[in-house]
Every structure is written in C-alpha cells, then in structure tokens.
Design a protein around this ligand. Structure first.
Ligand code: GLY
Length: 390
C-alpha cells in the first residue's frame, strides 16, 4: 500500500502539534499528526499558569509581547475549543498573587514590579496583611506581594484532550507511530519515514516535537532546532471539600532563591511546581525535588501538610537559547518549526496555532511571530563550525 500524502504532516502530538493541526485543518488543509501517543507530552505535567506578567524576566521583553498577545486570545480560543470539543477546559480567570517571605525576596519582587510597570503592565503592590486578607492560608511571615488579576490558568491535561477531540472532529489523521526520519528530496522536505515502516508524504512538515525536536534524523544540521530538555518536577495534591477553598488564586514566590507556585483548580486539585533542571532526557522524580517543592510550598502555606499528595511527576520543557519559541519556516523548503516554547507552551498555544496555520495556508508569517523566526539561530552556527575546523 503506498503511504498517503497530506498537505501538512505534524511531528508531535503535544498541545503545540495538536493546535497547529487543528487550526490548519480548519483552513481546509489535509493534515496528519505523527505521534505514538497523541495528547501526551509536557502538558500532561504542566500546571497551566497563563503567567505573562508574573513570569516576566529581565531581557525577555520581546517574548512578553508574544505572551501578552496569546493571553489576549485565550478567552475566545478557550470558548471555541470548549464548544468544538464539548469539553470543559478548566479555564479559570482567577488571577495570581506573587508573594515575598523575607527581605531579599521582597527586594526581588519590588524589582519585578518596577519592570512590570516600565512595560506598562497591571500589577498592584500589596502589604503582607493585604495578601493574607486575599488568601488567609498564607503564612503569617509573608512580607508583601504583587496582585496580578490578568494572569489566569487552564488545566493543560484537559486542554490536550480537548485539542485531540477538536483535531479528530476537524478530520485530522493520526499516525500512531514514532517519526524516525525526515525525508528530503531535491533540497526540500517531502515527508517522513515512521517506525511502523510507513512513509507518509507532505507538502509541508512541521516539527513540533517539544523537548525532542532536535532528535529527528534527516534534518540538516544547519536547520536543526537548538532545543534542549529542561526538567520540571511537579506535585499534585487534593484539597478535601472541608478545606475548600484552600486558595482562590494561583500563589507563587521565590523562596531562598528558587521559584515555587501553587495552582488551585476548581475540582480540588492543587498543583505545586516546579523544579528547573538541566538533566538531559531524565524524567525521574527525585526525593530532593519533591523535598524542595514541599519545603518551599510549606513555607508559603503551612496548611499543605494536611492535604493528600496524589501525584508526583516530571516533564521536559523544550528550552531554547533565548527562552523563546521557534515559529515558522526552518530554512529548509517544506520544513517549518513550532518548538522551543520553554516555560510558556500552555500560554502560547492559541497564538502558535494561529501563526502556524496562517503560514501553512500560504500567508506571510504574521508580524507578531516574526521576531521568533528560527533563522535567528541559523546565522551563528556555520561560523561556529568553521572556527572548530580552523
Ligand atoms: N511556566 C511554569 C514552568 O515552566 O514551570
């Protein structure tokens, strides 16, 4: 049997691959997703904060514009996806409170606030007492905080499941096999060879493999995305009905230099994350990782020790050299990239879907995505290789 040919083949059935497939299929393109287990990936671990403002970092102002644009698209995106899939996504406009426990953390938070204000963002400084009035379970030692009502949350597992349904309903085909090799003929990507022996062809191939995006054989070295795995360990607790509402919004802090966040869902799940570790493709949950998360979460909310611990898991963020995604043509004809979303995959899902679908349908890369063209990493690499050979 000859393998099928599609307009678009998407490598990777995580949320970025699925949203690319769904949005492209809605434009009338014949799309297939290649993944042994579509709907999996880092979203199965992620907490789902939509934290454009509270996760702002110095030097990432360019990324901020993309993050804000995606946050702006979230309400309409979530409503459409919920309707198309018939599923509740756990999208919650609950806001976020970033707090400080000691003088050093307070100084850092003050600096973040100054940066937010310079960027024209909405964030209000609160005293410790005001923080505790909003969230009575906070430790008495909280010294102050930032209230950001615009940073929301969604349940990434529900998001992934809903995207899978939306893809199926839009006619996206699924090849439940591992992509072994990109097929390149005459200087352009023409399809994939899969581990099940099939070789579907495509007018365009999208590499959306998350942390694994650099591993596909056949991708020419000069366009291979410089993406690496950044491990995050995450805990899930359950808030029994008698303690509800334990928290009414996402609470986060930097405790002794490391970040911790607690994301409360309406169904009683409380997600605590996350470590950030450069450990290659290791997804072991370690005693040290769990200890640090519980220690820091306990410093913020001593009452968590009463709650059942229901899950511990580690996932791999697709880190890029500038912490921003790679979106659009790769530099090899017929191969596009949608990867490197690092800490912002869930937040950037709506804008990524729109940008990739527009580009795949033959339009120009939308202006909002142009600073994130993969070619920003291409220029330096041949030179670096020449130096090595010199
Ligand atoms: N955006 C949260 C994280 O990556 O841990």
């Amino acid at each position: 049997m000859p393998s099928r040919t599609y307009d678009v083949l998407v490598v990777g059935g995580g949320i970025i691959g699925l949203v690319t497939a769904w949005r492209s299929a809605r434009r009338g393109l014949a799309v297939a997703v290649v993944d042994p287990e579509p709907g999996g990936g880092a979203a199965r671990v992620a907490a789902g904060m939509l934290a454009a403002v509270t996760e702002l970092h110095h030097g990432e102002e360019r990324l901020l514009a993309l993050n804000l644009e995606s946050a702006r698209r979230y309400p309409a995106f979530a409503a459409e996806l919920a309707e198309v899939s018939g599923q509740d996504l756990g999208y919650r406009r609950c806001g976020t409170l970033a707090v400080a426990l000691d003088a050093d953390d307070r100084a850092d938070l003050r600096e973040l606030h100054a940066l937010q204000l310079r960027c024209g963002l909405d964030a209000d400084w609160l005293t410790g007492r005001e923080c505790r009035r909003l969230e009575p379970m906070l430790a008495p030692g909280v010294r102050g905080g930032l209230r950001v009502d615009g940073d929301h949350q969604i349940d990434p597992r529900r998001l992934a499941t809903a995207l899978l349904t939306a893809c199926e309903r839009a006619g996206v085909a699924f090849h439940r096999a591992r992509a072994e090799r990109l097929d390149v003929r005459g200087g352009r990507a023409t399809g994939l060879t899969l581990a099940d022996g099939s070789a579907p062809g495509a007018g365009q191939v999208v590499l959306a493999g998350g942390a694994f995006s650099a591993l596909l054989d056949g991708v020419p070295e000069e366009v291979r995305p410089p993406v690496r795995p950044v491990k995050g360990q995450v805990l899930r607790l359950t808030v029994p009905a008698r303690y509800a509402p334990f928290l009414s919004r996402t609470v986060r802090a930097v405790v002794r230099g490391s970040g911790v966040y607690l994301v409360p869902r309406e169904n009683g799940e409380l997600v605590i994350g996350a470590t950030s570790e450069e450990q290659g493709f290791d997804t072991t949950v370690t005693a040290g990782g769990v200890y640090e998360l519980l220690r820091d979460a306990h410093a913020l909310l001593p009452g968590i020790t009463e709650l059942p611990l229901t899950e511990t898991r580690a996932g791999l963020r697709p880190g890029s050299p500038d912490n921003a995604p790679l979106l659009g043509p790769s530099g090899l004809d017929g191969l596009l990239l949608a990867t490197g979303h690092h800490r912002n995959g869930v937040l950037l899902t709506p804008v990524t879907g729109d940008v990739m679908a527009e580009t795949l349908a033959g339009g120009a890369v939308p202006a909002v995505a142009r600073p994130f063209a993969p070619e920003r990493f291409r220029t330096a690499r041949p030179a670096a290789r020449q130096e090595q050979h010199a």
